[in-house]
Ligand binder design. Structure first.
Ligand code: 2P0
Length: 327
């Protein structure tokens, strides 16, 4: 009998960055990281277990070969002897939003597929599973502020996400300024490998990452915004520096990215607190306190027209139940 289950998850943005793997096959990170889950944007995924054939549709279209292969390989992790499965995934944020969708996509898929398979998995086990689809996806199972532990074990069972504080702990805003929403010139996995193999400052970045995680965590727990943006920018600059040191260099920033960073710096000189971060792309995410969101967004829109104003979001959910724990 076919069984269909549906789950949804929000994307997340790292405040202390993950950029490097200690095991590529298992997707184990070389460092811990810490993120904020966003609200409003979400991926909703239905999995039919025991379908007529394997098929994947993403945002209304049949998935291309590479994407479908990645989904089927992931479903094989859920159950190596699985029956054919049909996956339908839709994100309510446009590709043009400039946010990586793999975090919300693999979190929703892990939850829906596990539930549809009839298996029981703890939230930790779900996180270990989602991590193998895409590293940052393990963080999207939780809402609010989320730590992804590097872990020590070779099998990766201790490398999973843990909640730091729930979504209503601190109502920050994340302004996503879209410089370019096109595909990235270097994929994350390739970029991380090249950085680890060729960038002289990679070891420095890895060593500093644990300090950044501790700083970001302490700032969140104390609701200390200045400390948060200082630690987030420190982690971001460390990541960008080590990317630039790779041979050939990995450079995702564009001139408009740096213009946006300059806007944040100039706002700070006038007493408006804001902090910037970037990921594997040219888009700039700006952290602000709620009262400053409108004025900062208006200044960013002088550089790029598309600026999304997002809050802190909740955990991934299976439709028809209160949370992922009960899967
Ligand atoms: C992060 N990024 O911590 C970092 C910062 C981009 C820069 O996680 O290879 O799609 O699937 O584990 O999670 C983007 O990479 O990479 C990412 P894989 P993922 O958010």
């Amino acid at each position: 009998m076919p069984t269909t289950q549906t789950a949804s998850a929000h994307p997340n943005i790292a405040l202390a960055k993950y950029w490097g793997k200690r095991d590529v096959g298992l997707n184990l990170p070389a460092m811990s990281s810490l993120s904020v889950t966003l609200d409003d944007f979400r991926t909703r995924t239905s999995v039919t277990w025991d379908a007529e054939r394997d098929e994947v549709a993403i945002d209304g279209n049949r998935a291309g070969d590479a994407a479908a292969k990645r989904v089927f390989a992931f479903l094989d992790l859920v159950d190596p002897k699985r029956p054919p499965c049909a996956v339908v995934s839709e994100s309510n944020f446009p590709a043009s939003a400039g946010l990586a969708s793999s975090s919300s996509a693999f979190a929703a898929l892990a939850l829906a597929a596990t539930r549809a398979s009839g298996r029981k998995r703890s939230l930790e086990e779900l996180s270990v599973l989602a991590r193998q689809g895409s590293g940052s996806a393990c963080r999207s199972l939780h809402g609010g502020f989320v730590l992804w532990r590097r872990g020590e074990k070779d099998d990766g069972t201790d490398s999973h996400a843990l909640p730091v504080a729930p979504a209503d702990w601190w109502p920050l805003r994340v302004l996503v300024a879209v410089v370019d929403a096109g595909p990235k010139p270097v994929g994350s996995t390739d970029g991380m490998l090249r950085t680890a193999q060729t960038s002289p400052s990679y070891g420095v970045f890895v060593r500093d990452s644990e300090t950044c995680v501790q700083e970001v965590r302490a700032a969140i727990l104390a609701r200390d915004f200045e400390r948060l943006i200082a630690a987030t920018e420190r982690s971001t600059k460390g990541m960008i520096t080590t990317m630039l040191g790779a041979r050939p260099e990995i450079r995702y920033q564009r001139p408009a990215s740096m213009d946006l960073v300059e806007v944040v710096a100039s706002l700070r000189r006038t007493g408006i607190l804001a902090g910037w971060t970037m990921d594997a792309g040219p888009n700039v995410k700006v952290l602000v306190q709620p009262g400053d969101a409108a004025v900062v967004a208006a200044r960013l829109r002088e550089i790029v027209p598309r600026v999304h104003d997002l809050g802190v979001g909740g955990p991934a959910l299976v439709e028809g139940q209160a949370g992922p724990e009960a899967s």
